[in-house]
Design a protein around this ligand. Structure first.
Ligand SMILES: Cc1cc2nc3c(=O)[nH]c(=O)nc-3n(C[C@H](O)[C@H](O)[C@H](O)COP(=O)(O)OP(=O)(O)OC[C@H]3O[C@@H](n4cnc5c(N)ncnc54)[C@H](O)[C@@H]3O)c2cc1C
Length: 430
């Protein structure tokens, strides 16, 4: 269900500020653009922003599954997850893996993750996600137009497939939850799927089409277009890594290797790397990462008309500008461990079976989803430094929710009451 958003009016001159945004992922870029539309002077700081010939590969916003996903109302932790996890971990072709040596550091996050999986919690979280998702497209539209990025949008929905009737039935609870929250979806028979995606191996029995989903055919080009729009609007993008954020008499100081940048207000949108910045402010936030992978199949871009996902395998196959990107899976293991080639081999194997004409995979990528245990983002002010706003933790939905997050951030910075109840998203909820 797509709901409109009230238009944000530019602020009177006296209320305009200098706002520094840490991080040029989609969340930082969209926050910067919404802040700019309100009349603020905006500076983004990022060590490798989407400008010039930057690869942009360090950003999670570079390598995702490109999908605007209004069906994402179902959180990652659902009832019974504790019993399903061991089987997933034992299956080398399964959607979940863990870097065992990271386990001790992960315990508090995992404890909160399991606590979020009760039926009551899942209903509460799904309700909050549904509210966010219902306004996510309305928040994207003005930014897409401003950045000239309409050309990147492909609107053919998104397909979830199930190999057996039993698997399809087992997904009843999740699909029922989506339906109760107004997700536009059609249940499909084998013949429907065959006519929609004739190049898939006919391994499916049933499917679901999420009608309102769409693809940005290149998240990288999207980020570059947003950055360019910001600069054209008078915004500044500074190359640098912020190591600490501290209060000053004249505002907020952001320490980088070269110099200290001073602003009236700071927004922390450094994705999975945000925790060390919240720590420098003195706030403890239970942010970790769900590592995800992609493999690009450069000759398979024309084989599919829309993103296709077998939830059993945990990755999407997405037709995009450069070919077909197979992206997804979850690996719990922090920010330090290197790319695990067994995970990309598993994606390659899966694609070979599911889309036999895909050919060889080339580019392999590891990225860091910024993830909170309850699958909800953090959007709100620091308790210790109210002139610092946090905007991270978007997990599996960062591309989908980044524009709405930017809209909400600009309301927070202006001191306006938010169009959405932000209580469930507060930074100190754990
Ligand atoms: C495999 C995979 C598939 C996905 N598929 C989808 C999908 O289909 N749909 C969807 O909605 N979401 C998807 N996601 C999730 C989505 O990509 C993320 O939630 C989103 O990109 C997070 O954006 P971000 O701006 O918070 O972080 P990022 O994109 O990671 O950006 C953070 C930026 O902060 C910068 N930074 C870090 N530390 C500092 C510092 N100290 N100082 C300054 N700058 C700093 C980094 O350089 C980076 O540019 C997927 C994720 C993965 C891994």
């Amino acid at each position: 269900m797509n709901k409109p958003l009230p238009q944000l009016q530019p602020l009177p001159e006296a209320e305009r500020r200098h706002v520094a945004v840490v991080g040029a992922g989609l969340v930082g870029l969209c926050s910067a653009l919404w802040l700019q539309r309100m009349g603020h002077r905006v500076t983004i700081i990022d060590p490798a922003p989407p400008l010039g010939d930057a690869s942009y590969r360090q950003a999670c916003s570079y390598g995702n599954a490109c999908t605007f996903a209004p069906h994402g109302v179902v959180p990652v932790a659902t009832p019974g997850v504790i019993w399903r996890v061991p089987g997933m971990l034992l299956n080398p072709l399964g959607p979940l893996a863990i870097v065992w040596r990271y386990l001790p550091q992960l315990v508090p996050w995992l404890r909160a993750f399991l606590a979020s999986s009760s039926k009551a919690e899942v209903d509460r979280i799904a309700g909050t996600l549904a509210v966010l998702l219902s306004q996510a497209d309305a928040a994207w539209q003005p930014l897409v137009t401003l950045a000239g990025a309409e050309r990147l949008k492909q609107r053919e929905g998104c397909l979830y497939l199930y190999k057996t009737e039993a698997q399809f039935r087992a997904a009843d609870a999740e699909n029922g939850l989506r339906e109760r929250h107004g997700v536009a979806m059609d249940r499909l028979e084998r013949a429907d799927i065959q006519s929609m995606e004739p190049n898939l191996a006919p391994l499916y029995e049933r499917g679901v089409l999420f009608r309102d989903a769409y693809v940005f055919s290149s998240p990288k080009q999207l980020a570059f277009a947003l950055a360019q729009a910001l600069v054209e609007g008078g915004g500044e993008i500074v190359r640098g890594e912020v190591s600490a954020i501290e209060p000053r008499d004249d505002g907020i100081g952001l320490r980088t290797a070269g110099k200290q940048i001073v602003a009236d207000h700071a927004v922390v949108a450094a994705g999975a790397h945000s925790r060390k910045l919240t720590a420098s402010v003195g706030d403890r936030v239970l942010l970790d990462t769900e590592r995800g992978y992609h493999v690009l199949f450069p000759n398979a871009g024309n084989l599919l008309s829309r993103p296709v996902c077998y939830p059993e395998h945990g990755f999407y196959m997405v037709p995009m500008a450069d070919g077909m990107r197979a992206a997804g899976t979850v690996e719990l293991g922090g920010l330090a461990a290197a790319l695990n080639p067994r995970r990309t081999a598993m994606i390659r194997e899966g694609v070979k079976t599911l889309l036999p004409g895909a050919g060889e995979g080339s580019d392999e990528w590891l990225g860091f989803r910024p993830s909170m245990p309850d699958s909800l983002p953090v959007i709100g002010n620091s308790r210790r430094l109210p002139r610092v706003t946090y905007a991270f933790g978007h997990g599996h939905l960062g591309l989908t929710l980044s524009a709405l997050t930017g809209y909400l951030v600009s309301q927070i910075v202006a001191g306006q009451s938010s169009v959405i109840d932000l209580t469930p998203l507060r930074p100190d909820r754990f």
